[in-house]
Design a protein around this ligand. Sequence first.
Ligand code: SF4
Ligand code: SF4
Length: 92
Amino acid sequence: MKKEPRGWRELPIGAVTYKLSLEYKTGGWRTLKPIIDLSKCTRCMLCWLFCPEMAIVWSGRDVLVNYDYCKGCGICAYECPVKAIDMVPEYS
Ligand code: SF4
Ligand code: SF4
């Protein structure tokens, strides 16, 4: 039997954060940390485009990581076309 799609009012309540996302620092989740080799970086900004936390920052000259919000997912390193980003252990 085919199920009809449910409206949002019928869905169970899920997790809710009570703070603004700026106050919720996802950097605390990180076990791996992206390190950008600026000598390899071509400033293409694909890492910025793909980062789910908007943690890649353009300084006006270089590409930087805001570690308050970088959760260490590694998507930036995976997507970087010149492999300029290494994921290294946060604690070693
Ligand atoms: S994706 Fe790689 S090359 Fe492009 S800006 Fe980011 S670090 Fe630099
Ligand atoms: S590791 Fe994930 S959260 Fe951190 S800068 Fe890269 S894509 Fe963004």
